[in-house]
Ligand binder design. Structure first.
Ligand code: ADP
Ligand code: MG
Length: 252
């Protein structure tokens, strides 16, 4: 079953077209990796899926619910609030710069989200937070504030927070690119585990070796369009398009 369908996505900022006509589907349990040069539109796609940016054409369908109801005079009319809330709960986002609340401890970053977003009671929230912090190897750090953690610990805390809300689709926007090289491995290890657990994920990354290892499918985008798509074997090992070859050549 396709949990996510991106259909003819079109998006502009003022008069600049950023996403021109992008379509792809993600099946339940699948890991899709998006590759592409800087400025090609990768973050914008993830932001549109997470309803952090409005779209100007096409549609995004999550668990059979459409984000946009119809277009009137070329303008997207978004679906009813109740449906959008459901869609928003179905997606989670992990950002390059962690996006933790600086004035909350690591544990509070999780419990507050559970209490406000999922309306959990304090006890339920604490239990879930403890379990996830254990899973992410962060239990000793639960009372620390983000500023006192390493980048790798912050990103693992951010993954724990996203997981706590039990999204059907987890989006990650360059989750390791603001980390010191020696901290990249500990975060990739957790993402690898999520792929093994068959979570549905859409990951933007420049870690080509890692992409090859975890991607069920890869799309390579440039200038707001899909240039090439397929398995890692096809797109990374045997790229057909010059643009893809040129991009990958930078990583060997
Ligand atoms: P990527 O993540 O692949 O580097 P982005 O999706 O961030 O690319 O950006 C795609 C294009 O859209 C870039 O040219 C960028 O400058 C532009 N862009 C991104 N965000 C905004 C914004 N809020 N306002 C105007 N232009 C933007
Ligand atoms: Mg980006």
């Amino acid at each position: 079953m396709d949990v996510l369908q991106v259909k003819n996505l079109y998006k502009k900022y003022k008069n600049t077209e950023v996403i021109k006509d992008i379509s792809f589907n993600v099946k339940e349990g699948e890991t899709l990796v998006i590759l592409g040069p800087s400025g090609s539109g990768k973050s914008t796609i993830l932001r549109c899926i997470n309803n952090l940016e409005k779209i100007d054409g096409g549609n995004i369908i999550i668990n059979n619910e459409c984000m946009v109801k119809e277009y009137k005079n070329g303008k997207a009319i978004y679906n009813d609030k109740k449906i959008l809330e459901k869609i928003n709960l179905d997606t989670g986002m992990i950002f390059q710069d962690f996006n933790l609340f600086p004035h909350y401890t690591i544990k509070e970053n999780i419990t507050k989200a559970l209490i406000y977003v999922l309306k959990n009671n304090e006890e339920e929230a604490e239990k879930k937070a403890d379990n996830l912090l254990k899973k992410m190897n962060l239990i000793e750090k639960m009372d620390a504030y983000p500023c006192n953690l390493s980048g790798g610990q912050k990103q693992r805390a951010s993954i724990a927070r996203t997981l706590s809300l039990e999204p059907k689709i987890i989006c990650m926007d360059e989750p390791t690119s603001s980390l010191d090289p020696e901290l990249v491995g500990e975060v990739l290890k957790e993402i690898r585990k999520l792929a093994k657990e068959k979570r549905t994920m859409v990951i933007v990354t420049h870690e080509i070796k890692f992409a090859k290892e975890i991607a069920d499918r890869i799309i390579f985008i440039d200038n707001g369009r899909i240039i090439e798509e397929g398995t890692a074997e096809e797109v990374i090992n045997n790229p057909k398009k010059d643009r893809t070859k040129e991009f990958l050549a930078r990583f060997v």
